[in-house]
Structure formats: C-alpha cells, structure tokens
Design a protein around this ligand. Structure first.
Ligand code: AMP
Length: 281
C-alpha cells in the first residue's frame, strides 16, 4: 500500500494511473478503522481499479471541541487493516495540507432544508464541514467513484445532492451498514464504550427494528417515535432525536402514505459517547 501525506505526491501518482486508463475510487474516513469501513474498501475494489482510502479527522465538521479532541486515533492499526484488505493507497493529509488558508468553509449550495433536520438540527455547521472536506477530496483526486456508508444516511444524501447541484462527474456508491452479530452498528466511537455499554448499545438497533415493524403495520408515527425515545431512556441513554423521514427529501413524515422509502434514524448519548443508527422501511 502506498501512503501519501501531501496533495502533490498523491496527484502525481493519480496522474500516472489515469494515463494508464485506470479508474479510481475513494473511501473517505476519519480513521479508527473497523470492519464497517472495510466494507467500503471491498465495495470500492469491486467497482474501480484503484482504491484510495483517506484518513482525516476533519476539524470543520466537529461542532463540539471535546468530540474532536477525544476522537480515537489508531493510525498503525488502521494501516494494518487497510493492508490486509489490499487497499492501494492511503491518503493521510495534515490539517494544513487540507486547509492551507484556514478553516473557512466555502461550499455554499441550497440543500433545500436537508441540512436542517436530523443530525443537522443537532450539530450546527456539521454538514458544511462534511461538504467542504468531501468537495476538497473530489477536487484533488477527481475520482470516478466515491464510496460512503449508509450508517451516515443524511451525510450521503447531502453529498449526493452536492454532486447533483454542482454537476460533478464522480458517482456516489452507497454501502449498507455493517453490524456486529448483536445488531450494534460498527462505529469508531464504539471504541470508547465499556463492555457493559456495548451490551446496552444493542438497544438502539432493537428499538429501530421494533419501530420498523410498527410502521409496517400502520402504527401512528408519533407513537412510534415516542416508543423509541422511551425505550432508549429506560436503557440508560440520553436520546437526542428520533426521526422518521422520507429518504428523498429527509422531511419528517406524518403518515406512511405516499412515501416510497422512509428512514428511521436516531442519535443517543451513552455516557459521553454519541451514537447514531438508522433503518429504512
Ligand atoms: P467515519 O470514519 O465514521 O467518518 O466513516 C467513514 C465512512 O465509513 C462513512 O461513509 C461512514 O458512513 C462509513 N461507515 C462507518 N461505519 C460504518 C458501518 N458500520 N457500516 C458501513 N459503513 C460505515
């Protein structure tokens, strides 16, 4: 696996690959890699000739300094996992390399409210930071494919919107959520949970699955949301939100009628760790 830390060195490598007519795919991550990230790498390897994983803990997408400060960093283990999965390239830029002119965000597009709901309603500025860093990676690499996970449902929806609005050539490829056997969605933040909390955290997926069953049989949307909030609180979480929204617009729905696909998503704190998950119905 080649490791590049500067844009210039990465671009000269990419140039060579493009001259050889090889297709390129990128899987952007913030590191502390796990099997969930590896499903991105595997998907990437299936659709493109060259797979580039980026590891960059993007400062502009953190709305809380403590979350940024506590974000797990495990570079040596990450490299080993990427090697094991035959990743072609790791791009590991510094904040200076990515933001030479400071941490201002410049991507400014009308997301038609998609950024004001769900995560966006609770993490001010988060999606501006996400769009900014992804746009910078797309500008630097100009990949054929961008691979992202369904785990961050709103994130990939907004990135798809950005690609559409800016008419970018890169095609977005989405990978389903990789879970532990217990149903817990794999996440870098799980590393900060105790053994007991890992067991408690399985309540998240259990309550999402319950909500899915209830929606399918026509239960009231508000009742279903209230049930999930109650279930999480009873298990010891501080739930932040439960959302039931149309997957296309991310607008909250009031009934299942006239919606092709709906996403139930939530964020909840367990101790000082914030976890998110979602299922589609
Ligand atoms: P992160 O490092 O958390 O920023 O995640 C990087 C990418 O990996 C994002 O596109 C995530 O949606 C994706 N990802 C993270 N966890 C999982 C998972 N359990 N299953 C599938 N994709 C995931």
């Amino acid at each position: 696996m080649k490791v590049f830390k500067t844009i210039a060195s990465l671009q000269s490598y990419i140039q060579e690959q493009k001259e050889n007519a090889l297709s390129i795919s990128i899987a952007p991550t913030m590191g502390a890699l796990h099997e969930g990230h590896m499903t991105l790498i595997k998907a990437s390897k299936r659709i493109a000739d060259i797979t580039i994983c980026t590891i960059f803990v993007n400062p502009t997408q953190f709305n809380e300094q403590s979350d940024f400060d506590n974000y797990p960093i495990t570079i040596e283990a990450d490299k080993a996992l990427l090697e094991l999965n035959d990743t072609d390239v790791l791009f590991l830029p510094s904040a200076n390399e990515m933001y030479p002119e400071g941490l201002d965000t410049k991507v400014n597009i009308d997301l038609e409210g998609m950024d004001n709901v769900m995560e966006g309603a609770h993490r001010p500025g988060h999606f501006e930071g996400v769009m900014e860093v992804i746009k910078r990676f797309l500008d630097i690499i100009e990949p054929n494919f961008l691979v992202m996970g369904q785990k961050d449902f709103q994130q990939f929806s907004i990135i798809q919107k950005m690609i559409d609005v800016l008419q970018l050539k890169t095609k977005l490829h989405i990978v389903p959520i990789k879970r532990r056997k217990s149903g817990l969605a794999m996440s870098s933040r799980n590393q900060r949970l105790s053994k007991e909390q890992i067991i408690t955290a399985t309540t998240i997926n259990k309550s999402l699955k319950y909500a899915k069953r209830k929606l399918r049989i026509g239960d009231d949307i508000e009742n279903v949301k209230a049930y999930v909030m109650k279930k999480l609180s009873a298990a010891g979480f501080r739930p932040e939100y439960v959302s039931i929204a149309d997957t296309r617009t991310l607008e909250e729905i009031t009934s299942m009628n006239n919606h092709k696909l709906v996403v139930i998503s939530l964020a909840a704190w367990l101790g000082d760790v914030r976890l998110i998950d979602n299922v589609t119905v």
